[in-house]
Design a protein around this ligand. Structure first.
Ligand code: CAA
Length: 397
């Protein structure tokens, strides 16, 4: 069998207000992922980490590797990647490239943050500072997405209610996930009645501040088969990845050129020789509803400008029957950023973890049936500033 690159272990801490530092959480998640792979710290040859907002440090991955006794070690490559919320998927692609180019056999990717245990004013100041120079009012990131949502409404006729349907659907999904922060489904009316954050954005539509960490162990199939007993059938393949970049914050004139997700998805599809029709489960970044709507259009689930209607069809089905089967709307079945929880740059990892659960048939209570063969995961950084897409395949891929 040809060598492929596999996700051989996954691990996460709970998500919520944990009162532990980002470093402690990273260590806990990484040890869980190693245990899931049947490995110890000594089996790692690479570590990739993304920066935290709660405790920003110089060369974050080196700090973590030193803390965990992974450095100094001769055969160890350590790298910090910062493409914002796209970071975990950029890291997945980087790990795959490191393995395919023969640099290492086994690399861990870890993301962690503790932004809910942070003082709320400090969080706001640091988050605003992430897009300094944008001229956006505080909270700057929600206002930046809001500007784009307003543009989309004018250009494509997306309604205020359609935006609100996004978290309302995902609240039904998160209620089925044992680890999600939002435990009770809510309605579109509840979203529209929640406190206003920006002109067309309310609290229930915002990425939900959280503490948490998640980690992956990635290995070449040949190395893993030779040294570890876990069946490769339980280890999804990283089939392809793609990346593209946009501006740090929305320019004065917004147009389609701003969005980089379409380019990232095209690269991932072309290199896998697949199309959207080959994908059975999608984890699409949804820090605010407009991000999810744009992603639906960018990966080709609906025509450009058609995402509002696409979501409304699903919501009407859910509202009529009181439920939506996972196979009827195979998107973000963990609940996404507003309902599962969003520890700053970690959430795309939750998308990967949900894709792994779906591809291995272990998403109890929310499993897409028949079991998906392929999944697409999209991470978005800044305000549409970075896009990274990965196509994953099941263990027999
Ligand atoms: N669902 C339910 N409740 C929510 C919620 C959600 N999605 N979001 C916030 N809340 C609740 C909070 O739990 C809190 O409730 P309590 O008072 O009962 O504790 C209340 O709303 C107030 O929230 P905050 O404590 O956060 O304080 P705030 O009023 O100062 O701020 C906010 C509200 C402006 C919405 C703030 O939570 C916020 O800025 N959220 C967005 C965070 C963000 O921008 N994340 C990054 C997204 S972009 C991205 O992901 C890309 C990247 O590169 C990182």
């Amino acid at each position: 069998m040809a060598t492929s690159v596999r996700i051989v272990g996954v691990g996460a801490t709970p998500v919520g207000r944990l009162g532990r530092s980002a470093e402690e959480l990273a260590e806990a998640a990484l040890d869980r992922a190693l245990a899931d792979a049947g490995m110890g710290r000594g089996d790692l040859q690479g570590l990739i980490a993304v920066p935290s907002l709660s405790n920003p440090t110089f060369m974050q991955a080196h700090q973590l590797a030193t803390r965990m006794g992974l450095l100094p070690r001769r055969k160890m490559i350590v790298r910090t990647i910062d493409t914002g919320g796209a970071g975990p998927i950029t890291a997945l692609g980087t790990a795959r490239n490191m393995i395919l180019s023969g640099w290492t056999d086994t690399v861990a990717v870890v993301a962690s943050d503790a932004v809910l245990s942070m003082n709320r004013e400090l969080f706001r100041a640091r988050a605003d500072d992430a897009v300094r120079g944008s001229g956006l009012p505080s909270p700057s990131i929600p206002h930046g997405y809001d500007r784009i949502a307003q543009w989309h409404m004018r250009r494509h006729g997306v309604t205020r209610e359609q935006l609100a349907m996004v978290p309302a659907i995902f609240s039904h999904f998160s209620a089925r996930h044992p680890d999600a922060m939002c435990r009770e489904p809510f309605t579109v009316e509840a979203v529209l009645a929640s406190p206003r954050v920006a002109p067309v954005t309310n609290v229930l539509e915002c990425a939900r501040r959280a503490d948490g960490a998640a980690a992956l162990v990635i290995s070449s199939s040949s190395h893993f088969r030779r040294h570890f007993p876990k069946s490769l059938e339980l280890c999804p393949a990283i089939v392809s990845t793609g990346e593209a970049s946009g501006p740090l914050y929305p320019p004065a004139e917004i147009d389609e050129e701003l969005f980089s997700c379409e380019r990232a998805a095209r690269i991932a599809f072309e290199s896998a020789q697949l199309s959207v029709r080959d994908i059975d489960f999608f984890a699409l970044y949804d820090c605010f509803p407009i991000c999810f709507l744009r992603a639906l259009e960018a990966v080709g689930c609906c025509p450009s400008g058609g995402a509002g209607e696409f979501v409304e069809r699903a919501w009407r089905q859910l509202a009529t029957r009181g439920t939506l089967a996972p196979s009827e709307f195979p998107f973000n079945l963990h609940g996404g950023l507003a309902c599962f929880g969003a520890p700053w740059e970690v959430p795309a990892m939750y998308g990967v973890l949900e894709a792994v659960a779906q591809l291995t048939g272990r998403a109890a209570g929310r499993q897409v049936t028949p079991k998906p063969r392929r999944a697409l995961v999209y991470g978005n950084g800044g305000i549409f500033s970075a896009s990274a897409v990965a196509v994953l395949g099941d263990g027999v891929y």
